[in-house]
Design a protein around this ligand. Structure first.
Ligand SMILES: NC(=O)c1ccc[n+]([C@@H]2O[C@H](COP(=O)([O-])OP(=O)(O)OC[C@H]3O[C@@H](n4cnc5c(N)ncnc54)[C@H](OP(=O)(O)O)[C@@H]3O)[C@@H](O)[C@H]2O)c1
Length: 162
C-alpha cells in the first residue's frame, strides 16, 4: 500500500478541513499517481474533495455506512478492513490519501511513501504522525523550484520500506 501526502516544514498537512496551501504542481503530482487507482480516504479528507474524484475508485474509511455516501463510493470501517481489501484485490494499486488518523492507523502496513515536502511553514491544525524513516529508503527525490503558480519550493520524494 502507498501513502501520498504533502507536508510543510513542521509536518503540517491540514487547516480547517482543507489543505493549508494551493499548489497546482502538487495537485498534478497527486493526480498523476492516483489516476486509475484505488484511493482510500478518511471521511474528513473525502469531505474536503467535495465529490468523488473522477477516474479513481473512491473508498471512504468511516464508522458510518455506505448509505451516507453517493452511489459508487465504497466504505470501509477499520484499518484491518483496508488491509483485507488490499489482499482481496491484488490487481488494484491501493493509495491512501490521509488524513492524519488514517495514516496513523495504517503506518504498520505501508510499503511506499510518496511525500511532498513544501519548503515553508503554514498555520495548521492537522499534522502527519511521526514516521520512523530509518525503516524506509529514499529512492527518488525531485526538486521543484518556486514559480508563478507555486510560490514555495517543493520536493517530491519516494520512500520504499527496507
Ligand atoms: N496535505 C495532505 O497531503 C493532506 C492529506 C490528507 C488530508 N489532509 C488534510 O487533513 C485534514 C483531514 O485529516 P483528519 O486527520 O482531520 O481526518 P481524516 O483522517 O481524513 O478523517 C477522520 C475520520 O475518518 C474516519 N477514520 C479515520 N481512521 C479510521 C479508522 N482507522 N477506522 C474507521 N474510521 C476511521 C473517521 O470517520 P467518521 O467520523 O466518519 O467515522 C474519522 O472521524 C484536512 O484538513 C485535510 O485537508 C491533508
Amino acid at each position: 500500500m502507498i501513502f501520498i501526502w504533502a507536508e510543510d516544514q513542521h509536518h503540517a498537512i491540514g487547516y480547517k478541513g482543507q489543505l493549508p496551501w494551493h499548489l497546482p504542481a502538487d495537485m498534478a503530482f497527486f493526480k498523476q499517481h492516483t489516476m486509475g487507482n484505488t484511493l482510500i480516504s478518511g471521511s474528513r479528507t473525502f469531505a474536503s474533495y467535495r465529490k468523488p474524484l473522477p477516474h479513481r475508485k473512491n473508498i471512504v474509511l468511516t464508522t458510518r455506512t455506505a448509505t451516507d455516501y453517493p452511489s459508487g463510493v465504497e466504505v470501509l470501517h477499520s484499518a484491518a478492513e483496508v488491509v483485507a481489501y488490499e489482499k482481496a484485490h491484488p490487481d488494484e494499486t491501493v493509495i491512501i490519501s490521509g488524513g492524519a488518523r488514517v495514516f496513523e492507523s495504517l503506518l504498520p502496513d505501508v510499503d511506499t511513501l510518496l511525500r511532498t515536502r513544501v519548503l515553508h511553514t503554514f498555520k495548521a491544525d492537522t499534522y502527519m504522525p511521526e514516521i520512523d524513516y530509518s525503516q524506509f529508503q529514499l529512492v527518488e527525490s525531485i526538486s521543484h523550484e518556486p514559480d508563478e503558480k507555486n510560490p514555495y519550493g517543493l520536493v517530491f520524494e519516494r520512500w520504499e520500506r527496507r
